[in-house]
Design a protein around this ligand. Structure first.
Ligand SMILES: [Zn+2]
Length: 122
């Protein structure tokens, strides 16, 4: 487990949001694989000459699915941050940053706002 410099109250909220984010991401991954599975079955049932279109459609729809699902999860994270009050007192932006955003995540672990760099420890 990663040690953070956040006060206990904020650390508890961060862990709650992280847990909720991981549940949402797991559901999204399950949904994407279900759609992929259905497309593969659809592809197997279509005649050989038209598979190129179906593959293109599959790629495009997977890309769109990923894009909108990531935006949706990000929106859910934001709403949950607001609900819990996990918001920066200075810039009023949500403090939760997905791990992929290295700099912001490191700042939060150091006890600073990932957006405006305000010290949250005091
Ligand atoms: Zn801030």
């Amino acid at each position: 487990m990663i040690k953070t410099c956040l006060p206990d109250v904020l650390e508890k909220k961060r862990l709650q949001i992280t847990k909720r984010h991981n549940i949402n991401a797991s559901i999204a991954i399950f949904f994407i694989f279900t759609v992929l599975f259905l497309f593969i079955h659809l592809l197997a049932s279509i005649e050989v000459r038209s598979r190129g279109w179906v593959l293109g459609l599959l790629g495009l729809s997977l890309f769109l699915c990923l894009f909108f699902i990531m935006r949706f999860i990000s929106k859910l994270d934001y709403l949950f941050c607001k609900e819990l009050g996990f918001i920066c007192p200075e810039c009023h932006k949500p403090l939760y940053i997905v791990i992929g955003r290295e700099t912001g995540s490191k700042r939060l672990m150091d006890g600073r706002c990932p957006h405006c760099n305000k010290d949250l420890k005091g």
